[in-house]
Design a protein around this ligand. Sequence first.
Ligand code: C2E
Ligand code: CA
Ligand code: CA
Ligand code: CA
Length: 269
Amino acid sequence: AKAQGRNTLCFFDPAMQAAASARSALEGDMRQGILRNEFLLHYQPVVDEAGKVLGAEALVRWNHPQRGMVPPGDFIPLAEQTGLILALGRQVLTMACRQLALWATAPHTADWTVAVNVSAQEFRQPGFADEVLSVLRDCGADPAHLKLELTESLLLHDVEDSILKMQALRTLGVGFSLDDFGTGYSSLSYLKRLPLDQLKIDQSFVRDVLTDPNDATIACTIITLAHSLGLDVVAEGVETEGQRAFLLRNGCQQFQGYLFGRPGPAELL
Ligand code: C2E
Ligand code: CA
Ligand code: CA
Ligand code: CA
């Protein structure tokens, strides 16, 4: 009866309570994981028309002591909600820049670029550009080999501020790629004002590019749009030779996907 009385005072149902406590356990775990350096980067190659590696995208993984390798979809959203993404993002950028400095020391990897995903909260920090530059400097990495992957919603949140931050980094050679292009607001009038280097065709358009005429049209339109704006274009999520051939025939010059390599440790690139 006592227990029942307690329950009647509770506004949350047990499932919600369980979810909330799982979240706060995960948050605590993540906080500790950041301090204990449990996060690491896997790298996925980006290749040109001839299949030559141009560089790689850095994709974060959590090597959790009990759960093993946790994919970013399972912790990035919570990291964003809790602000932990700021500390995690700094670690990610630092690891990627160390890798760049290492690649610079070997002839066949010296030209490789690394692409790093940046979340909205990180980019919105007033000191974002300075932080990126100080990490590059500390690691001894060449800014011209770093690419930052941003999303439309992040950039359009405050276009003027985005342009200023991008320009500050661009004068030192840092490149910018618009990730998941076509899935967001697609505000074409802003697109031409943003100092971008590259559009990434989202994998949702690549997946059925051979079977869905709408996806084929969208992919081809993005390629044409990129070229008319003077931007590079990368297709992500390329899994088959047929997809590659179609995209190549329609002017795409860079590719990323399981066809060329799955994300993995830098040593396996
Ligand atoms: P994204 O930036 O769109 O990254 C591409 C995702 O597609 C990666 O998933 C990659 O493993 C996966 N992928 C690559 N090639 C193929 C393919 O051929 N077929 C299929 N089906 N999938 C492919 P992942 O590593 O699980 O990352 C998921 C998302 O997590 C990323 O999407 C990105 O938004 C986010 N993320 C990853 N690392 C970071 C990071 O360091 N910082 C931030 N803020 N976000 C990150
Ligand atoms: Ca990305
Ligand atoms: Ca993407
Ligand atoms: Ca995506």
